[in-house]
Design a protein around this ligand. Structure first.
Ligand SMILES: [Zn+2]
Length: 312
């Protein structure tokens, strides 16, 4: 699954701000979509409120969905999503930390907005900043969602008052035994000590120097499948490892503003953008060689309904 967190531009080094709603990078999306599609991807655009209310973005993504060449799901950035009742701060940037009624009201507003802008009710959800909370699954179920893709396996955001996924493996599961399917973002441990990763890596969180030294020495590194911050030289062996371990669902992700230089820390220049596309060529090329096919939202919903074993 290839996910695009489709969202407004903002300065990644600054706190969240309600005024950031610009989506000018979307003019580069038709070419970007085409490029990834030609490499075998079927993009799933997880759109947030600024995108779902932007006529240009609706004109770009709507016809692609109609043509069946992309999927559209939901992404909640609570700080730019009405109703605006909470203070904008780091804790509240994780929607799962909001009072249940406010998280529900924002999600309801966004879901209805996407349904009316794109002509179809979304069934797949990602919380911005991976910010799911205790009430999220119940709210999603009530709104008709079937799949959550908010969990970033093996990552911990509790330092910032966000969720802790360090014990989660990158394998789909049912949330709380209920009907909702969770498909976590793929990540792998690499290095000579990789067998110790799940137990040991989270302990190094308070000691970034130890974590950096382990990665540089090749002993232990945690690699996510994203072109943002994980070079091809790390992502390719991580993907190979996941495939060799028998994972049947591979989840890859990036943020839409990265398709134009200047909006994210990962793509500042044209040459960064060239590296970005080289990453996709490498990753999607390996998937093609290993016979892995792109999955649509419908494929995942269907597999979840049939309770097909989703991993080896
Ligand atoms: Zn986001």
């Amino acid at each position: 699954m290839v996910f695009c967190d489709t969202e407004e531009e903002f300065d990644w080094s600054k706190p969240q701000n309600r005024d950031n709603r610009s989506t000018t990078h979307m003019k580069a999306m038709p070419a970007a979509d085409r490029r990834l599609r030609d490499l075998g991807a079927h993009s799933i655009y997880l759109v947030d409120h600024p995108i779902a209310t932007d006529p240009a973005s609706i004109d770009i993504l709507g016809p692609l969905q109609e043509a069946g060449t992309c999927g559209i799901g939901t992404q909640l950035h609570p700080w730019v999503n009405p109703p605006f009742e909470e203070e904008v701060n780091r804790t509240n940037s994780f929607a799962g930390n909001l009072p249940p009624a406010l998280e529900r009201a924002k999600l309801t507003n966004l879901t209805e907005t996407i349904a009316s802008s794109f002509g179809r009710r979304p069934v797949m959800y990602r919380a911005g900043r991976y910010g799911v909370g205790a009430n999220t699954a119940g709210i999603l179920s009530n709104l008709g969602y079937e799949v959550d893709v908010s969990v970033r396996a093996r990552f911990d955001y509790s330092d910032e008052k966000g969720p802790n996924f360090s014990a989660v493996k990158p394998i789909p599961y049912r949330i709380g035994g209920g009907g909702m399917l969770e498909v976590p973002l793929s990540s792998a441990y690499l290095g000579a000590l990789r067998g110790l990763g799940p137990a040991f890596f989270p302990l190094t969180g308070k000691l970034p120097i130890v974590r950096g030294a382990l990665a540089r020495s090749g002993l232990l590194n945690r690699v996510s499948l994203t072109p943002e911050g994980f070079p091809l030289g790390e992502a390719l062996p991580a993907l190979e490892r996941l495939l060799d371990e028998g994972h049947q669902v591979i989840s890859i992700s990036y943020h839409s503003p990265s398709i134009e230089p200047g909006h994210t820390p990962f793509v500042r220049t044209q040459s960064d953008l060239d590296v970005f596309y080289t990453w996709w060529e490498g990753i999607l090329g390996l998937l093609a060689r290993r016979g892995v096919k792109a999955a649509t939202i419908e494929d995942v919903v269907e597999a979840g309904r049939k309770a097909t074993p989703l991993h080896a």
